[in-house]
Design a protein around this ligand. Sequence first.
Ligand code: HEC
Length: 167
Amino acid sequence: MRITTGLLLLRNSRKTECSANQFLAFLGVRAAPFALLATAALVQAQETVSVWDGVYAQEQANGGKVMYDQQCSLCHGADVLKVRSEGPPNLTGPAFKENWNGLTVSDLFEYIKKGMPRNNPGHLTSEQTASIVAFILTSNGFPAGQKELPTDPTGLKAIRFDAAKPK
Ligand code: HEC
């Protein structure tokens, strides 16, 4: 019944040039939230920045190096830049960047915070994780900026991990 009425109205609305909003308003509770969600997703997509935009502070990355040396180097290599052919993956270089390409810095952040160090995961604070991520970013050649890398999910989700600099 409801659908039939909706279609009827859609047909009528073409004739009378009702706006899409009026049509959605008629469908009411069912359709409106989806329209809102779509709009919100669009706004969020427009506000994202890239790892190429200077999203961490150099000092933060320096602090991250100290943590890397203590908690990550055992498995990921004493020299983060040196490519190893076996063992745990390199955290720098083309293969690493390809793994995270198109995801957000939030994905990398959560992966590390929840899953690393592999032999004792789950104890890194958000601040510690952010400095380690900053260290990984600087080691992969992404530029530093004025502000520190945020520790909140919304801020982190707004930063895209682009392996190559967007044109
Ligand atoms: C005990 C060894 C070990 C330690 C210590 C360790 N990792 Fe790992 N890490 C691994 C292994 C093994 C993998 C491969 C995925 C897996 O098996 O979980 C990995 C995967 C990763 C990845 C994903 C790499 C990719 O190519 O996508 C990241 C990022 C990472 N580790 C970060 C860290 C950070 C940061 C630390 C320090 C806080 C750390 N790891 C400490 C063993 C370790």
